[in-house]
Design a protein around this ligand. Structure first.
Ligand SMILES: [Zn+2]
Length: 62
């Protein structure tokens, strides 16, 4: 994944991992990414709660 390797506070909710990182331009970003190989879901959020909510409600297609 073309992402900066500075994730912190990684957690896993079901198949989805949530991590936060600093984008280098003064903002915290939060990513939710499904680890199921055939799913491919990943998204960035402005706040941690949104990322965790997305992880919790993710309907995995894999
Ligand atoms: Zn999935």
């Amino acid at each position: 994944m073309p992402r900066p390797n500075r994730f912190r506070d990684m957690i896993r909710i079901g198949p989805v991992q949530v991590g936060s990182y600093y984008d280098g331009r003064g903002r915290d970003r939060h990513t939710a990414a499904c680890t199921a190989p055939k799913c491919g879901f990943s998204a960035d959020y402005r706040n941690r709660a949104a990322a965790e909510l997305a992880a919790r409600t993710h309907q995995c297609t894999a």
